[in-house]
Design a protein around this ligand. Structure first.
Ligand SMILES: Cc1ncc(C[n+]2csc(CCOP(=O)(O)OP(=O)(O)O)c2C)c(N)n1
Ligand SMILES: [Mg+2]
Length: 379
């Protein structure tokens, strides 16, 4: 019988010997890296709970798609990428737009990720946003920052990613493209077509499956009959790994193995990160989701909060002291229970700066409505 909730730690497959490696990617991380990763987990969580609070205060409108409880997947996937690697986030991955290429340079305007100001302006539908108020969420991209434009067509970014790296290889480049996808999107025909194309042409597309065990109101056991989605990789003749999506270092290890493998010319790879969707599909679905999902499943799926799991690791390794470990307890708290005091001050200040920008930024002029609809100067 397959489990519905995915946060019980999956059987470890990260034995270095199994991958012919003597050291794991995590072994190369410094203490500074670990502390930065910890802060980034807080930042992703704070983005989520603060937006919910802003909406409840009446300062924000539009649907929010929460990544609460899935932060280890986002941070673990993005932390080891090169600045010039491409990513394609989806609706569940809003923090990915600013987490790309953020490590140790949160405020660097030249970094290859979106600024917190741009992203907040996007959520508030203001003129300073990449989408210039056409949407309040993830329908954005940036050619210069190597972010493939997110679309509503699930899995639609995988063929685009394959095309990007195909062109790059023809030009002698060595970037990879990482696509982020929910497990539900893998039922799309285009998912198979694109991965097969990438496999045949040995293209460095790293496909992340964020298996949060629900696609809107459909549980995984009604979506596919395989326990580990990553095993589908066998059918394409490519590498497939399973990661514990609540453990940022396990995600980092598996993703970096896949990235290194794909970058080296061995073709695409799939990393399935087992996690659990904490709330509804979007906040419009929160109340219904609390009814269509058994309470015991929700509690089990959320018991291993990624911030708490990593705090424990840092403590055991001596990267934080027992006193420091008691500061900023954001885990296992919903937006209504958590406060600014539960987050490092720099995290609160960073997002607040973005929100202040968004609130004061004007909306675009109405005449802009036709912009980007027709080719400039065309008919
Ligand atoms: C091709 C396509 N079919 C259906 C939808 C409607 N839809 C949007 S999100 C979603 C659920 C996606 O589930 P999953 O891929 O598991 O991602 P999650 O929301 O769980 O992160 C659906 C069915 C869509 N956007 N595109
Ligand atoms: Mg899902």
């Amino acid at each position: 019988m397959r489990s519905q909730s995915g946060t019980a730690a999956p059987e470890r497959t990260d034995d270095p010997k199994e991958h012919n490696q003597t050291i794991r990617p995590r072994d190369l991380l410094t203490k500074e890296d670990h502390l930065e990763i910890f802060k980034l987990l807080f930042l992703a969580r704070y983005f989520d709970v603060r937006l919910i609070k802003e909406k409840k205060r009446g300062r924000l409108r539009g649907t929010l798609y929460s990544s609460h409880n899935q932060e280890a997947v986002l941070v673990g996937c993005l932390y080891g990428l090169r600045p010039d690697d491409w990513i394609s986030p989806i609706h569940r991955d809003m923090p990915a737009f600013f987490l790309k290429d953020i490590k140790f340079k949160w405020d660097d305007p030249a970094r290859m990720g979106m600024s917190i100001e741009e992203l907040c302006a996007q959520v508030w539908g203001k003129a300073g946003s990449p989408g210039r108020a056409r949407d309040n969420w993830s329908h954005i991209g940036s050619k210069s920052k190597h972010i493939i434009h997110s679309t509503s067509m699930l899995s639609g970014t995988i063929p685009a990613a394959a095309g990007v790296v195909y062109a790059d290889r023809l030009n002698g480049g060595d970037v990879i493209a990482m696509t982020l996808n929910g497990e539900g999107s893998t039922a799309q025909g285009i998912f198979h077509e694109a991965i097969n194309f990438a496999a045949v042409h040995k293209l460095p597309v790293v496909t992340i499956i964020e298996n949060n065990h629900w696609a809107y109101g459909t549980p995984t056991h009604m979506e596919y009959s395989q326990e580990d989605f990553a095993r589908r990789a066998d059918g394409y003749g490519i590498m497939g790994l399973v990661a514990d999506g609540q453990d940022v270092l396990d995600v980092y290890d598996k993703v970096m193995m896949a990235v290194n493998h794909s970058r080296a010319g061995n073709g695409p790879s799939i990393v399935e990160c087992k996690t659990f969707r904490a709330y509804g599909h979007g906040d419009h679905d929160d109340d219904r989701a609390a009814k269509y999902r058994p309470e015991a499943e929700i509690l089990k799926g959320r018991e291993r909060d990624p911030i708490g799991v990593y705090r424990q690791y840092l403590l055991e390794k001596g990267y934080i002291s027992p006193e420091d470990a008691k500061l900023y307890i954001a885990e296992n708290k919903g937006a209504g229970e958590v406060g600014n005091e539960d987050f490092p001050p720099e995290v609160v200040a960073y997002l607040s700066k973005g929100i202040d920008y968004a609130l004061t930024c004007p909306v675009p002029e109405a005449e802009e409505g036709g912009m980007w609809v027709f080719k400039e100067g065309g008919r």
